[in-house]
Design a protein around this ligand. Structure first.
Ligand SMILES: Cc1cc2nc3c(=O)[nH]c(=O)nc-3n(C[C@H](O)[C@H](O)[C@H](O)COP(=O)(O)O)c2cc1C
Length: 188
């Protein structure tokens, strides 16, 4: 059975990112699913303490919900992060989450990653209003370049532009179809 991790990195209630994650979760059957709604859970930033680099074991000094999720990130087949665009970039929550991948950095391991389940699929999707979609796409692709830390070798980006209000993505059937396709890709 495939293991899939979904991250909602929007700060607001009824966010478009939240809807993306919930719709993908609802579409996925016969998988082991782990969902993190960051605004509702205890998510702390990496302090750069370096403890993770001094041990072969998967450890983190933070005592929060991301540390609890690390073993599942380690062994997942696919991971998706959904974030709003804030000031031409990902949300601070999305950045906080990605920085926690440092626990998997190992310069002696294949692809510098110590993850157990290799060749993961990773998707990074962003919701935005009127900003430049092509630049956001490049930025999202660049962000995924850093996912070598979890040995993500197949990646997918989607920018859902032209949406600003809470739940506005529900009024875009083309985007809802794309969300289904992303879910199917994560499971494939
Ligand atoms: C602080 C803040 C900064 C934003 N910056 C941008 C931006 O740079 N470009 C853009 O297109 N939209 C920007 N937006 C709009 C959000 O990306 C948009 O409302 C998006 O749908 C929010 O996603 P969410 O519902 O998942 O939180 C910004 C919104 C906020 C609150």
């Amino acid at each position: 059975m495939k293991k899939i991790v979904l991250i909602d990195a929007s700060q607001r209630e009824r966010a478009n990112s939240e809807i993306i994650v919930k719709r993908i979760a609802a579409r996925l059957s016969d998988v082991e699913l782990h969902v993190l709604h960051m605004k509702k859970q205890n998510c702390q930033y990496c302090t750069g303490c370096g403890i993770c680099q001094k041990s072969e074991a998967l450890i983190c000094s933070r005592k929060d919900d991301i540390t609890k999720l690390l073993p599942h990130i380690d062994t997942c087949d696919s991971i998706l992060i959904a974030s709003p665009v804030y000031d031409h970039q990902m949300s601070s929550l999305a950045k906080l989450f990605i920085e926690r991948f440092y626990a998997f950095y190992n310069s002696k391991a294949e692809n510098n990653s110590s993850v157990t389940t290799r060749k993961k699929r990773a998707a990074f999707v962003m919701c935005c209003w009127t900003g430049n979609k092509e630049i956001y796409k490049k930025y999202a692709e660049w962000t995924l370049e850093g996912f070598w830390q979890i040995d993500a070798t197949e990646t997918k980006v989607e920018i859902f532009n032209g949406i600003n209000e809470r739940e506005e993505i529900l009024s875009r059937p083309d985007y809802l179809t794309k969300i289904q396709e992303i879910a199917d890709w994560l499971k494939a």
